[in-house]
Design a protein around this ligand. Structure first.
Ligand SMILES: [Zn+2]
Length: 415
């Protein structure tokens, strides 16, 4: 008898513990898993370090920064959890916080108030898809996947998700069910193109979601901060460094809603900046980027930097020309395509095109497009080697296609 009573007692304890664990998980929903994601996927290619290092030293030129957005909503329910209204609300929230239009920024402690930045970055849903067709900027897909993880399956059609749109023209946001406690994660500048973008748990996307502590759309604000090169405010280490001058060192992340002076590493008389978007505090308790963070983010929009191509995206223009002639040929490498050889790389005044196979016939033409698909040059194919005069082209990236050939377009760079 005693043994049985003990068993029942133990079972009760276990179920109470189980319930407590569930509670903790629910309350711990605000988990940005950026560090795990980066460590796991090793997706940063070498240029990342040079890109970010260079970005820090640039003088920022004032310019109008508008980021076209595509939201991929991956749903496994019979009805979509995330409505279009939630998408609009999320975009509004991004514009609010990236333009210091959030009233709660005035709650910033006086010591830090002078550091609050208006980043001047706007977000807008795309108006055309990569093929140049009219789009709402919202793509919906059904999936059999119960919950996605940090493995990026959500970014591929054939793995239950949805393929990225070209990152030179769009910010990709995937909204999906994520395994417990992950609120989101982001690729950092320099990631592989097909992985570029941010992933947000459907339960914390938008502003009136199921999760009370993330009801202001600030998980996306935070993740896009990573996508724009920001690290966590605690530098992902004990009193770590986030590489930003005007954010104090702090011991670790904060959860919930701290108040008053909290000092952990003693580096700044103002204490920890737990109200920064790059901490993990509740949405209602984080409400500022600093001038230093702004400078870091805007640096990525300078020529040659990771987000510069977005400034000439065609994603917000009228339907018509393809946004990206490489769409559908994402595996292409610059200057080397199935059966065309291009040289030199990069080219200056003349581009040598070698037709390596007989997929083309005399009489067809070589067409040169700019990156938004406008035709610029048309040169007849006269033999296996064609020399194209590109001296009239401005410096930049171009696409070359063999007319009526089925040969995929090839990218080249004119210096
Ligand atoms: Zn994070």
């Amino acid at each position: 008898m005693n043994g049985r009573h003990n068993q029942i007692f133990m079972r009760r304890i276990i179920s109470v513990l189980y319930l407590l664990t569930i509670q903790v998980l629910l309350h711990a929903q605000n988990e940005c898993r950026q560090t795990d994601y980066i460590l796991q996927s090793k997706l940063v290619s070498p240029p990342y370090n040079t890109v970010t290092a260079a970005a820090n030293t640039l003088n920022i030129v004032a310019r109008d920064i508008v980021i076209p957005v595509v939201v991929h909503i991956i749903s496994n329910g019979s009805t979509d959890f995330v409505t279009n209204e939630q998408v609009y609300a999320q975009i509004d929230a991004l514009n609010r916080d990236y333009n210091a239009a959030n009233g709660d920024r005035l709650k910033t402690p006086s010591y830090f108030l002078g550091r609050v930045a208006n980043c001047g970055i706007r977000f807008e849903l795309a108006k055309v898809d990569p093929g140049g067709n009219l789009s709402t900027g919202i793509v919906r897909r059904k999936t059999a996947v119960q919950a996605f993880a940090l493995d990026d399956k959500v970014k591929f059609n054939d793995r239950g998700g949805d393929d990225a749109w070209p990152r030179d023209h769009y910010l990709n946001i995937w909204v999906c069910p994520l395994i417990s406690a992950i609120s989101g994660y982001a690729s950092v500048p320099g990631a592989r193109e097909e992985l570029d973008g941010v992933v947000i748990n459907e339960s914390v996307f938008g502003i009136t979601n199921r999760n009370g502590i993330n009801s202001l759309g600030r998980v996306a604000v935070h993740e896009i901060g990573h996508w724009l090169g920001l690290k966590h405010i605690w530098g992902d280490g004990y009193c770590g460094d986030d590489g930003i001058d005007d954010t104090p060192q702090q011991k670790s992340y904060h959860k919930g809603c701290p108040s008053g002076l909290v000092t952990s590493c003693g580096s700044d008389p103002g204490g920890d900046m737990y109200m920064n978007y790059m901490d993990l505090t509740d949405d209602a308790c984080r409400y500022m980027f600093t001038e230093g963070q702004k400078k870091k983010m805007l640096g990525l929009f300078e020529p040659g930097q990771a987000r510069f191509p977005l400034l000439s995206s065609g994603a917000l223009s009228a339907p018509g020309n393809p946004i990206d002639a490489l769409w559908g040929n994402k595996d292409l490498k610059q200057g080397s395509v199935a059966n065309i050889g291009l040289s030199p790389v990069p080219a200056t005044t003349s581009l040598r095109v070698e037709l390596l196979e007989t997929g083309t016939v005399p009489g067809s033409r070589l067409l040169v497009y700019n990156i938004v698909g406008q035709p610029l040059l048309s040169v007849p194919v006269t033999g296996k080697v064609v020399q194209i005069d590109i001296s009239t082209l401005k410096s930049g990236q171009y696409l070359l296609k063999v007319e009526n050939s089925g040969v995929p377009a090839s990218k080249f760079i004119k210096l």
